[in-house]
Design a protein around this ligand. Structure first.
Ligand SMILES: NC(=O)c1ccc[n+]([C@@H]2O[C@H](COP(=O)([O-])OP(=O)(O)OC[C@H]3O[C@@H](n4cnc5c(N)ncnc54)[C@H](O)[C@@H]3O)[C@@H](O)[C@H]2O)c1
Length: 382
């Protein structure tokens, strides 16, 4: 087994999920490469030191430029707020490092496009962490669609609902709360939550041609943790949009952080000519399936418990009937990335593929301003 030395930047929420994946992947998947937790980097030295001890990193850096300059690092894993993705990823590509970058690729398409150029010019393996693709039930949905079991697809329906920003006393900026600060996040629920829904949808149902959106910012001003002053809120608190896919299907997407009672309700439903699929993050190991080809008197929605050995990724875990969870999607993502490095067939979504999601987000935010249908820019290589 070859060692692959990891330099992970950002020891917050995603720093933990990625560190967990680096530690576990070799235990559950037979891979040519074994990640080694070589260095953790965070500008908060105390946090980085404690994180290194807890997760077993060999060394600590407080400046990402110093980390990138190290010859003993093969892979840079970016778990930073959105405004730092572009600068770090472009520098990492120039330094010849492989890159895994958290989603969204950047704050908007204009910022993301040079990242795609940089990794393609450097020829370094690259992946964006749209981890929901790797939840076994979602991967199973992809297999069923690819096998043509749904037939022609008519509808795609997705939502991602939360309720954690309803209080007007919540400040903006800093750890986790950078999501409320438009300078750090780029946008609100569109780049944060809908980006996940859009990535899954592009993967399952192909390209989106046009969108028509509305957004709202319910709390207009919040105290900034950075300046200490009350400042205008620049993010979208809620967003809903209609869109048309290239395959002719129609879709609705909705996201908000103001749906009281919902913490992370990500659901999608797809209706095809022969069958329908429904998935719910709160019941993530199940895929709801309706097949019109079933015998009439037995026809109905089936709840498939996606834990069998022949379900995606599941033979690598326990025995049939035992669930896996959210964190496993990051292990699967890393296993696929490392397999891609070994075989030369890159895992998806690459930076270029994730640029497509960014362009959909751009069109959504533009449409919310213009109150018109907007075309989505194409991200495919010329
Ligand atoms: N895939 C998913 O399901 C998912 C879930 C949550 C977040 N994310 C994405 O992951 C990224 C990080 O989000 P998070 O929730 O982990 O954020 P977080 O606030 O929990 O952690 C960010 C970390 O980055 C550090 N940091 C900030 N600026 C830095 C700098 N200049 N140099 C070094 N360290 C710095 C902070 O100290 C903090 O420890 C974001 O892009 C977010 O959109 C993805």
């Amino acid at each position: 087994m070859k060692q692959l030395n990891v330099g992970l930047i950002g020891c917050g929420f995603m720093g933990r999920t990625h560190s967990n994946a680096h530690r576990k992947v070799g235990n559950f998947f037979n891979l040519e490469y074994q990640p080694v937790l070589k260095a953790i980097c965070d500008f908060n030295a105390e946090k980085a030191g404690a994180f290194a001890k807890q997760w077993g990193f060999e060394s600590v850096e407080t400046c990402w430029k110093a980390l990138l300059a190290r010859k003993d690092i093969d892979l840079i894993d970016i778990c930073l707020p959105n405004n730092l993705h572009a600068e770090v990823a472009i520098a990492a590509a120039k330094a010849g490092k492989m890159i895994i970058c958290e989603k969204p690729l950047a704050r908007d398409g204009k910022e993301a496009a040079p990242m795609v150029k940089a990794v393609e010019k450097a020829g370094v393996p690259n992946l964006v962490s749209f981890n929901y693709r790797r939840i076994p039930a979602v991967t199973l949905a992809k297999q069923l669609i690819t096998e043509g079991r749904l037939g022609k697809i008519f509808h795609y329906r997705a939502k991602f609902l939360q309720d954690w920003t309803i209080s007007k006393d919540l400040p903006q900026g800093g750890d986790a709360l950078w999501r409320l600060d438009v300078k750090a996040a780029g946008s609100g629920v569109t780049g944060d939550l809908l980006a996940h829904c859009i990535d899954t949808a592009l993967w399952l149902n192909g390209s989106i041609n046009t969108v028509n959106a509305m957004t709202e910012t319910f709390i207009k001003e919040r105290k900034s943790n950075i300046t200490g002053k009350v400042e205008k809120v620049g993010i979208d608190d809620a967003c809903a949009f209609l869109c048309r896919f290239a395959n002719g299907s129609l879709a609705t997407f909705e996201s908000t952080r103001y749906a009281r009672g919902h913490k992370a309700l990500y659901t999608f439903e797809i209706n095809g000519e022969h069958a329908s699929i429904f998935w719910d993050l709160h019941d993530l190991h199940r895929l709801q399936w309706f097949d019109h080809k079933d015998e009439g008197k037995l026809r109905g929605w089936r709840s498939i418990h996606v834990t069998d050995g022949d379900h995606p990724y599941m033979k690598n875990w326990w025995v049939p009937g035992l669930n896996v969870g959210f964190e496993h999607s990051f292990v699967h993502q890393l296993a696929d990335f490392l397999t891609g490095v070994a075989t030369g067939k890159p895992a998806s979504p690459t930076f270029r593929e994730a640029l497509e999601t960014q362009y959909v987000c751009d069109a959504v935010l533009k449409s919310a301003k213009t109150c018109r249908w907007e075309k989505v820019k194409q991200a495919k290589a010329q």
